[in-house]
Ligand binder design. Structure first.
Ligand SMILES: Nc1ncnc2c1ncn2[C@@H]1O[C@H](COP(=O)(O)OP(=O)(O)OP(=O)(O)O)[C@@H](O)[C@H]1O
Ligand SMILES: [Mg+2]
Length: 212
């Protein structure tokens, strides 16, 4: 299998899983990795983003909205260094998400620094921990929380960073602001993703040894 299999997960819908997965895949591509993007959400948001964009994404994009993803990926991932898996909301399609987590080398949970998203973070963490028994290594995949839709200079960013860190979770230092470049990105091509907060997030994850 690929060196890196990064799954973007969250309990809720609309929490920037797809945006984060697409930007991260572009960063990894720009860094020279051979990237496979797996859209496991039956909504196919990333598939349609790729179709709508003026140019196809510069890496392979496939749809695998199935609970057998952990088995099927073995064939599809051959020849790729890094697989990015975009998942449906856990509350709707937990079987697909669990399947992705069975083979993930890293789970990234994008979370806005708000009470409602913080409360639901615990449910995503629980799912990641529970998947340990289904994995070859018997361990849950490493988990990193990515704060997204942050407001510049707002106290909420540091409040939730401290809270989540106190809960014993890794919070990525780089935060993704609530910005037009992200909210308007769907259907467009992305250039120089490495220069965005996602580039900093990937660099930190590499530094921590969580991404090659
Ligand atoms: N950093 C950001 N700032 C502002 N808006 C954002 C940001 N990132 C994503 N968005 C917007 O938030 C909405 C949800 O994002 P996205 O579709 O990536 O979430 P999702 O978790 O994949 O949703 P779903 O569960 O429906 O698949 C979209 O309208 C998107 O454009
Ligand atoms: Mg999505």
């Amino acid at each position: 299998m690929a060196q890196d299999i990064v799954a973007f997960i969250n309990f809720k819908g609309g929490t920037t899983k797809t945006t984060s997965a697409v930007f991260t895949a572009h960063v990894l591509h720009e860094l020279g990795r051979r990237v496979l993007y797996v859209d496991s959400d039956p909504q196919g948001s990333a598939l349609s983003w790729n179709e709508d964009a003026p140019q196809p994404f510069p890496f392979t994009v496939i749809g695998l909205p199935t609970k057998a993803l952990h088995n099927e990926l073995r064939d599809f991932a051959a020849g790729y260094d890094a697989v990015v898996i975009d998942t449906p909301p856990l509350e709707q399609k937990s079987g697909v998400v669990v399947s992705a987590l069975r083979v993930a080398t890293l789970a990234v949970v994008p979370v806005a620094p708000t009470p409602i998203e913080y409360k639901r973070l615990a449910l995503a963490v629980e799912t990641v921990n529970d998947v340990a028994d289904l994995r070859a290594d018997g361990q849950p995949p490493p988990l990193a929380v990515l704060l997204t839709r942050t407001i510049p200079n707002a106290i909420s960013t540091s409040t939730y960073r401290d809270q989540i860190t106190n809960d014993g979770l890794l919070v990525i230092g780089s935060t993704v602001g609530r910005l037009e470049i992200f909210s308007q990105a769907d259907g467009d091509n992305i250039t120089n993703a490495t220069a965005t907060a996602y580039g900093d997030a990937v660099a930190e994850l590499q530094h921590r040894g969580l991404i090659k």
